[in-house]
Structure formats: structure tokens, C-alpha cells
Design a protein around this ligand. Sequence first.
Ligand code: E4P
Length: 221
Amino acid sequence: MKFFVDTANLKDIKKAYQIGVLSGVTTNPSLVAKEGVQFEDRIEEILQAVPEVESVSAEVTPHAVTAEEMIAEADELIKINGGDKNITIKVPMTLAGLETTRYLAKKGVKVNVTLIFTVNQALLAARAGAAYVSPFLGRLDDISEDGVLLVAKIAELFRTHNLDAQIIAASVRHPDHVTRVAMAGAHIATVPFKVIEQLAKHPLTDQGIEKFAADWVEPKK
Ligand code: E4P
């Protein structure tokens, strides 16, 4: 399973890239609004900061509701950074989003269909030509449903029917989510940078480092 970082914060994106674990970035309107920056400018900055990843998701704005409106926005977004091949257009899981997906996929543009909460939604998105489908497990857990189980079911369905859309486990809240979606067959987990830091941490690792430092005696020359 690969890691994407789920943020529009440039500092966090650069940190994740620097430690060598990053395969992509996802943003959404809420994450961009939190940064208080101009949307297209920030997407361009991200694309330039992480040139070796496979995908940077830029979502159509909430103003775009019809397929025509989504396509008009997407056609502008794909020009960012000189038509960067890594840009992935993120569209919501609606009929208009599916129509936009088909249009962009035919043009060779990668699409991430977001806000997926059922297996059927994932199946439709994959059939429309999505490169990525994003089930939101944390938000399902929030309403007492099993987000990881949804990821597992989508993974099984995609295997059974040889669908090559990649599953991005999204709305990931903590390290246990990461372990469980990896075991469930997600291709990617998109996680806040804080979760990447938590994944790297273990108290016994810290204690071990402290003990090695305390025991260490400089060899005599
Ligand atoms: C994914 O692409 C979304 O940006 C994200 O994972 C949403 O997570 P949240 O439910 O924590 O807002």
C-alpha cells in the first residue's frame, strides 16, 4: 500500500516528501480553505514541491454542480503548472461527477472520485473510468458503520471483476486505520501528516535510542 498525504499545507507536504514515503497528495475544498490561500496557486506550489509523485488531487469547487460546470473547472485545472501530468481531478460521487469522469478519462486525465460510501458507488466510479476511488472510512465510523469493511468489500469486488481503479482509503484518522486498510487491500491510504508521524513512533524505539545513547562509550583510538 502506498501513502498519499491528505493536506493542502505545503510545509507538511514537503516534510512527507522529504522522508521518502510519499506517492501522492490529496486536497479538498475544506483543506484548501483552511490554508487561506488561492486554490490554483496552492495546487501549482504542491505540484512543484513533489515532482516525483504519481498524483496530486485538485477537487472541483462546490460551485460546480452540473457536469458542464465540473468539466469547465477541470479543463482549467489541468492546465496548472504547464499541464502537469500528475494533476488528478477530484470529483464528487454524483451522476454529474461520473459524467465528468468519463469525459476526463477519455482525454487521458486521471480522476479521483471522492465521497464514496458504498460498494455500488465505487463500482460506478470505476466503470466511468476513474483512476482512483476514495471511500471515506472515518466518516462511516463516525456514524457507527464499518469503514474498513467497506474498503475490504471494494477491494474484493475490484479483484473479482478485474477493475483497475486504485482504492484510496480516505478520511483516515489514526494508525490502526492504516494497518487495517492495508490488510483489507487498499492500494493507497491518504493520511494527514500527523498520522504519518504517529506511524513512525513507538515508545520502545525511543527508549531503545535513549539506552544506546546512555550505554555508548567512545572507542579508544
Ligand atoms: C480525501 O481525499 C479527503 O480529503 C479526506 O480524507 C477527508 O477526511 P476527513 O473525513 O477527515 O475530512
